[in-house]
Design a protein around this ligand. Structure first.
Ligand code: NAP
Length: 308
């Protein structure tokens, strides 16, 4: 087997990929995991994770990600930092193209997760990093004593709003409906937080400011009324989209770009599996992603055994 040839190549270093890597390495398979960012994936953005079993007092997302990485490496998983740019199928082999050269795998586990969706309004891209953010844990501390808004009504929006109360004077959650989507426990927590208020039935139609964010334009979707609100920071939490552009036309995707798998995490292409948030109908939790990763590695091993 040549230097860059593996039995299992894993794309993505979140809970799904790292758990797949742990299982593959412990099965004695020559395995490598490729990730372009921080190992741990989206969970590293979470200040405090309370719903990953085994940590009764919770754990910081960064620490959980680091522990998963260490554990997989300890059992023999190779890891590399590079961006995956393409996938080619050559007979039974899969060629994974990256910014660090090509890697060949007998099996591939696609676990690249999902990226934060943009709002798509005027000013958002221009003011990114200058008041527009997609990660409260990364950027929250820059907004000491400021008035902030969080856009969205899901678990991410609420988690981010709660984190921002450590720094901000006021955090306003702007939601397009009059009911949150977030889970019960988060809704209860946010209810008792005096720094948080709400703008219901409202959408942001533009973000303005010369150098940094200064104000947002709002539309009340029920009354049609428009208004302007002075703010220093806009945290966008309107969901995620899968990172599957580079496999379009190679691996079957659903209409939103998520990978279609069966319950064994197998795609329609023999030897290509997928795990975690990148999958159609994933529950999008760190713990379910880890479960997907374990399942994918087990069936990758089965495929390798049966295809000899
Ligand atoms: P999500 O559940 O899809 O929620 C996205 C929110 O953004 C929804 O409230 C949605 O409104 C709103 N939205 C979508 N497009 C919009 C637009 N164009 N303009 C304004 N608002 C828009 O996404 P998420 O909150 O990122 O959560 C993703 C997954 O991660 C979920 O499964 C969640 O449970 C999980 N997660 C869990 C935790 C935790 O357990 N602590 C933390 C973070 C995330 P509607 O409600 O009207 O659709």
């Amino acid at each position: 087997m040549s230097e860059n040839s593996y039995e299992v190549v894993i794309v993505g270093g979140g809970p799904a990929g790292l758990t797949a890597g742990l299982y593959a390495a412990r099965a004695g398979l020559r395995s490598i995991l490729i990730d372009k960012g921080i190992f741990g994936g989206q969970i590293t953005y979470a200040e405090h994770v309370e719903n990953f079993t085994g940590f009764p007092d919770g754990i910081s997302g960064m620490e959980l990600g680091e522990k998963m990485h260490q554990q997989a490496q300890k059992h023999g998983l190779n890891t590399v930092s590079a961006e995956v740019t393409g996938l080619e199928i050559n007979g039974g082999l899969k060629i994974i193209k990256t910014t660090d050269g090509n890697y060949t795998g007998k099996t591939v586990i696609l676990a690249g997760g999902a990226v934060r969706r943009k709002l798509g309004v005027e000013g958002e891209t221009r003011l990114m990093g200058r008041g527009v953010s997609y990660c409260a844990v990364c950027d929250g501390s820059f907004f000491q004593g400021r008035n902030l808004v969080v856009i969205g009504g899901g678990d991410t929006a609420i988690t981010e709003a709660l984190h921002l109360t450590h720094f901000a004077t006021k955090v306003t959650i702007i939601h397009r409906r009059d009911q949150l989507r977030a889970t019960y426990v988060l809704q209860q927590k946010v209810k008792s937080e005096p720094k948080i208020d709400y703008l219901w039935d409202s959408v942001v139609t533009g973000i303005e400011g010369a150098e940094n964010v200064e104000r947002i334009k709002l539309l009340n979707v029920k009354t049609g009324e428009t208004s302007v609100k002075e703010v220093s920071g806009v945290f966008v939490a309107v969901g995620t989209s899968p990172d599957t552009e580079y496999i379009k036309g190679i691996v079957p995707l659903d209409e939103s770009g998520y990978i279609i798998t069966n319950e064994k995490m197998e795609t329609a292409i023999p030897g290509i599996l997928a795990a975690g948030d990148i999958r159609h109908n994933s529950a999008r939790q760190a713990i379910t992603a880890a479960g997907d990763g374990a399942t994918a590695a087990i069936y990758a091993q089965k495929y390798l055994t049966e295809s000899i």
